[in-house]
Design a protein around this ligand. Structure first.
Ligand SMILES: [Zn+2]
Length: 383
């Protein structure tokens, strides 16, 4: 095994051993700062300029922007440093201890996506700052698995800027240029409670909700006609009525009901427009029925993502991998990096089928092809 291989394993072992769970559940949520500090020390030793951007005021969650070379243009290699929570009892080995067996590296985040960083570092180690005509930027973010607050912070700060960005989420090294967006919304219907024996004594929020649900299902059909995209395995935007709460007793007119739904829009549509249209429809129903209907987001939304088929980065990645760029069913930080003006794709080692599971692993045979691929991209954009 070459010397770089043992360094990759050693670095991944340290990254996996440094817990950095992000979760909307405060019982699970941790900072990622220790992972950022590890990456910063390795990249600093290699001559990268280090900038740590706090995502929380205490700096416990942070992004890293590490730059080799200088000037405009260049290439960003990006990844998130957090992992999802884990169920230790369902793992065959310690999730925080990297285990090598069956030509695989097992560990929490091995594929999603701490494993990308040692490979990006190995790829970068072939270059010196003096060689680079345009900068190579390693970007490591916080909180991708929960709020995407790290990527939102970067977009707000307008940094980093380069010509192109590759996000190393697990795609088995196949270039990905499209994914759907994610919105999660609540509809709260407020009517008037009263005794069930006389409908005139109240105004049923549940019957109002029945109309709301019918309307959302009609709107879903309309979205399918407007924004169907055969690039996706599920070609249409999805709208799932996920849960509902309301009422307290059969003999009482329901005064309040609340519905939560998720909506995953294909590229071509845009979250803000869709939310405004739903808002308008809800207002119409509210006026017709004399109810109060309030629409509000449950999470900060993620936009649908599409990088043009003819863009330089997509054509380069297709040529280097021999794969036509695809669409995936998961969301990434890509729309935020694209917002910064960079051509963006998702392309990284390991399979998404292994992510968010017990016994997550990265195949050893992904390592050298990934390093070679990243080096070709660095040569194209930075030399
Ligand atoms: Zn991920």
């Amino acid at each position: 095994m070459p010397q770089s291989h043992s360094r990759i394993i050693a670095q991944l072992r340290q990254l996996v051993a440094t817990p950095s769970v992000s979760s909307t559940d405060p019982g699970w949520d941790q900072g990622n700062r220790a992972v950022i500090d590890l990456l910063a020390s390795w990249l600093g030793d290699m001559g990268f300029q280090i900038e740590i951007q706090n995502v929380t005021a205490d700096g416990n969650k942070a992004n890293l922007i590490a730059t080799l070379g200088s000037g405009p243009g260049g290439l960003v290699l990006a990844g998130h440093t957090d992992t999802v929570p884990f169920d230790e009892g369902r793992w065959q080995s310690d999730p925080l201890g990297l285990a090598e067996r069956d030509n695989r590296l097992y560990g929490l985040g091995s594929t999603d996506m701490k494993g990308f960083f040692p490979l990006a570092i190995a790829a970068a180690s072939a270059f010196t700052a003096e060689q680079l005509k345009q900068p190579l930027i390693l970007l490591a973010t916080a909180d991708e698995e929960s709020s995407m607050s790290g990527a939102r912070q970067l977009a707000a700060a307008g940094r980093p800027k380069a010509r192109a960005a590759i996000i190393g989420e697990p795609t088995s090294l196949v270039p990905v240029r499209m994914h759907k967006g994610i919105m999660m919304e609540s509809v709260r219907v407020t009517g008037r409670a009263g005794h069930s024996s006389n409908p005139a004594l109240g105004n049923s929020a549940l019957e109002g909700m029945h109309a709301v649900m019918g309307d959302l299902m009609a709107y879903r059909k309309e979205l399918a006609t407007r924004f169907s995209n055969d690039f996706f395995q599920v070609a249409v935007p999805t709208l799932n009525l996920g849960c509902i709460h309301g009422g307290d007793s059969p003999n009482r007119i329901c005064g309040k009901a609340e519905l939560h739904f998720d909506l995953r829009l294909t590229p071509g549509g845009d979250n803000a427009t869709v939310r405004a249209e739903i808002q308008q429809r809800m207002q119409l129903l509210a006026a017709q029925r004399g109810l109060e209907i309030e629409l509000r987001p449950l999470i900060a939304d993620i936009g649908p993502f599409e990088q043009g088929a003819q863009s330089e980065l997509v054509l380069l990645a297709e040529k280097l991998t021999g794969h036509t760029a695809e669409a995936v069913a998961f969301a990434t930080e890509a729309p935020f990096l694209q917002q910064l003006g960079m051509e963006t794709i998702v392309m990284g080692p390991g399979s998404i089928d292994r992510a968010h599971q017990p016994d997550e692993y990265l195949e050893l045979d992904q390592i050298q092809p990934c390093i070679a691929l990243l080096q070709q991209c660095i040569r194209h954009y930075c030399l």
